[in-house]
Structure formats: structure tokens, C-alpha cells
Design a protein around this ligand. Sequence first.
Ligand code: SF4
Length: 282
Amino acid sequence: MNVILAEYLGFCYGVKRAIKLAREQAGKDSFVATLGPIIHNPQMVAQLDAEGIKMIDTLDEINKGTVIIRSHGVGPNIYKKAEAKGLTVLDATCPHVKKAQMSAKNLAAEGYVVIIIGEKKHPEVKSIFEWAGENAIVVEDEEQARQIKYVPKLGVVAQTTFSRIKFKQLVEILIDKSNNIKVLRTICNATEQRQQAAADLASEVDMMLVIGGKNSANTTRLADLCSKQCLTYHIETADELDANWFHNIEKIGVTAGASTPDWLIREVYTKCKNMNKICKVY
Ligand code: SF4
């Protein structure tokens, strides 16, 4: 049985950076907590909790210590509220997300109606929206893009993990909504690299294993992409691997979302390699 890892998989730069910053802060303050899960991976959140980095849902749950802003970022009101409470703020917003937030802020300041292309409910989009002025609108699909009314100045930014192809399609619709349109392509490479590498690998193997949180949007998207090419399982840990899946399978591809830690990938890889023996005994 041949087990092949995708060329790009697992933690992206922004996630690695956020976890490193959080770990450096652990133990330096009486209470250290991330505002929301630092990444969409329950195993990683549990590990950080064991290291003393707690998770809170709102600033109402903290009165002293350090609050860590995760890679998805937050709006300006959170910084103000944290400052008013006398908290230390450790800003682990990914620099790519920060760039999207500041692009939206600057466009709004220049009088543009800001369109954010992305998933309305995603925390990163919510954070960009908070910086984008009172007229900002989130557009998720072609239908919503068509409904935008003509405005004198239209500025467009994107969720960093949005599909480049879909972004282009939506911009083509938005182009007719103003004579003065400014498009800032705030998409980051990490997602696309992982998606392309996963699709390439899925076209060569009999089965793909996609590792990552069931609550991780980018992992779910990887699983969707792979399932179009071959038999695909989305798992969170090696414990979910089932010997039945491996019968008559020669080549297995492994990929993982941008929020999946290396140790989970290693465990799955090793168990797959050993599955060869398990299948023969079965
Ligand atoms: S996917 Fe890109 S923008 Fe998002 S956290 Fe990772 S590096 Fe930053």
C-alpha cells in the first residue's frame, strides 16, 4: 500500500504564527485566553488548554490578563473594549487578514461602498465587515452580486480563503454596478495551494483521506474537491480509520486543512502504513 502526502497540507503561515504567539504568552500572565477557538480544530484547542491557554467566547468572561486575537481577526470595537477593561491584547491576526481589514477600512474612508466577497458567517468576514464602514455589504454568490444597486464608488475586497475563480465571476457581475470600481484581491495563496495539491493527488490515487476539524470550512472544501475525483473520507483523527476502507486500495492520498496540526497528520500517515498488515490479518 502506497501512502502519499499532498505537496501542500496542514498549518498555513497565519495559523502557525498565531499558535507560536499564544504559546510564547502562556505562563507570562495570570490568565491567558483566546477570543474564540484559536483555530477550527478541537484537538489543538484541547492541547493549548492543557498548556494553560484557555478559550473564551466573549470579553465579558475576562477581567484581567491577556486576550489573544486569533488569526481571523476582530473588529475595532473589540480592541476598544479590551483596552477599556485594562486587558493586555496579543494580536495574532494573520497579516493577510489584517491587510484585507485595512483595505476595507481605507476604501470606506475614501468614500467607496465596500463589498466583501466571502461567507457571511465566517469569523474572518465578520471581522473585515466591522472595519468596512456603515455601508458595507457581504456578497456570497452571483444572485447577491446581481442585487447590488448602482453606486458612484464601489470598492471590493475578498475573504482571504475565497476561491479565486468564484471571486473573478462575482467581480465580473459587480463591474456593472459602478463607473468607479476598485478591486483589491485580498486572497491568500495558502488555501489555493492546498486545494490544487489535493485535487492533483486525488486524481492519481484510489482513496483520499482529508484530515481536519469537521467545523473547519477549508478542510470541508478540500474533502468536497477530493470526493469529485475519488473515494474520500474526512476524518479528524487516526482513531476514525476503519480497516474496511483499505480493501483493494493500492494508493492512498493524504491531505489536511490549514488548521490541522502536524502530529495528527503523522498519526494518520503511520496508521495507514500499518493498515497493510491489519488488512492482511483481517
Ligand atoms: S489561510 Fe492565509 S490568510 Fe488565512 S490564516 Fe492562513 S495564511 Fe493567513
